[in-house]
Design a protein around this ligand. Structure first.
Ligand SMILES: Cc1ncc(COP(=O)(O)O)c(C=O)c1O
Length: 347
């Protein structure tokens, strides 16, 4: 018998996007925000006292819960802090799934879900999206303990209407987790559903909209009973004192948040047009990345050539995705460098 549980032995593990050491590259591969975090968040970071580090942090992160509740028009009891959105996903699999309690989700989507399912030894019910990434009707009838819909979806950038997700949640016997890691770049979100439906859990991340991928901070919005259940599963101190202080300052600075997310959304429109002009098929994105299909299926080659030029985008060698590049929306300068390089490569 090996040291590891059999399913751990078998699972390949999640492969995060490449993180180059150099900072002078064009990095459009892991959907980070190209703008710096709020100056208010950076100020808090420089003002942290030794006491902040000597003592354990507030296990519930109540100051952040209060601030996030105000921003979202809910109560602090509806919020739970987590160590990045990925922490919530792990907590949710542990809370809802086991070998008799499957997870269901439409595919293609965030490739962490099947990895977490394998670690938890639970069955995955994967329902393919159609070509337009509409919500598959079958998702309502799987009897899964946990159904996940990533909205906007990664890597497609597509968006499913809130009413459709409300109907889905209503039909499910289990929990609906809406992964809103990219909702900061969309025109709507599912917060209102939590007020009406006791089986909806919303995941939020400060990595993208708030430019804080480095500190690892996310949060959950759900009804208090579900929040209490999830709190039993989380680590006692799942968010550290530094992250808590920085994240609280960042979410309070809604003016800066709106300015930077609007800049990204504007650049996304421009990037989409330029990629279309170069012959890529680019569906409308509601996220901070676009999925560009190379009509003559050269996506893998283009990816390699861009990498040689130290321009990093994401390529998934998977069915349905192997003719596409997922490109994070960067600053105007980064986007221009990418377009210039693509023109050279395709000429
Ligand atoms: C769809 C999706 N959900 C959740 C996350 C988790 O984000 P984080 O753990 O950085 O908050 C990511 C990160 O890339 C993501 O793409």
């Amino acid at each position: 018998m090996g040291y590891l549980r059999e399913n751990i032995e078998k699972v390949k593990g999640y492969e995060p996007g490449f993180q180059p050491k150099e900072t002078d590259v064009v990095k459009l591969n892991t959907n980070e925000n190209p703008y710096p975090p709020s100056p208010a968040a950076l100020k808090v970071l420089t003002e942290l006292s030794p006491e902040h580090l000597r003592r354990y942090p507030d296990p519930l992160g109540n100051e952040f819960r209060q601030a996030a509740a105000e921003v979202n028009g809910v109560e602090p009891e509806n919020i739970m802090c987590c160590n990045g959105g990925d922490d919530l996903l792990t907590i949710a699999f542990r809370a809802f799934c086991d070998d008799n309690r499957p997870v269901a989700y439409p595919v293609p989507t965030y490739s962490l879900y099947p990895v977490l399912a394998k670690l938890q030894n639970c069955e995955t019910i994967e329902i393919p999206f159609d070509a337009e990434f509409n919500l598959p009707g079958k998702l309502a009838h799987t009897n899964a303990a946990l159904t996940i819909v990533c909205n906007p979806n990664a890597p497609s950038g597509s968006f499913i209407g809130v009413d459709e997700l409300a109907s889905l949640a209503d039909e499910l016997s289990g929990v609906l987790l809406v992964d809103e890691a990219y909702a900061d770049f969309a025109e709507a979100n599912c917060t209102e559903l939590v007020k009406k439906l006791d089986n909806v859990i919303i995941l939020r991340s400060l990595s993208k909209g708030y430019s804080l991928a480095g500190i690892r901070f996310g949060y959950v919005i759900a009804q208090p009973d579900l929040i209490k259940g999830l709190m039993k599963v989380k680590d006692s101190y799942n968010v550290d004192a530094v992250a808590l202080a920085v994240a609280t300052a960042a979410i309070k600075d809604q003016k800066y948040f709106s300015e930077t997310t609007e800049k990204v959304k504007k650049a996304r429109g421009f990037l989409t047009e330029q990629l279309r002009d170069l012959g890529f098929e680019v569906p409308q994105s509601f996220s901070n990345f676009v999925l560009a299909r190379s009509k003559n299926s050269q996506a893998g080659e283009i990816f390699d050539k861009l990498k040689e030029l130290r321009i990093y985008v994401r390529y998934f060698d998977l069915p349905g995705l192997d003719d596409k590049l997922r490109i994070t929306v960067g600053t105007d300068e980064q986007n221009n460098k990418l377009i210039f390089a693509l023109k050279e490569i395709l000429s």
